[in-house]
Design a protein. Structure first.
Length: 80
């Protein structure tokens, strides 16, 4: 089975990292570009190996759900 092209539901970066980083970085509005860059670096440092293990496990479950539903939408099944 080929990997679905441009499938944001199956991108681990979209699945976790960007959301976590965005929430952390934009708690308050960055003062300038340098402040934004520093906040991004700090947010990335806060990502722990344990968090990544949990993300990987959840991602593998998502892939399994997707395969079981022939690549169809599974958002309504997540967390149930």
């Amino acid at each position: 089975m080929e990997w679905p092209r441009r499938s944001p539901d199956l991108s681990i970066l979209d699945f976790f990292l960007w959301g976590f980083t965005k929430d952390d970085v934009y708690k308050t509005r960055p003062l300038n570009v340098d402040d934004l860059k520093q906040r991004i670096r700090e947010a990335c440092r806060r990502v722990t190996p344990e968090m990544l293990q949990d993300v990987r496990a959840a991602f593998m479950e998502l892939i399994q759900l997707c395969a079981e539903h022939d690549g169809g939408h599974v958002e309504h099944l997540i967390g149930h």
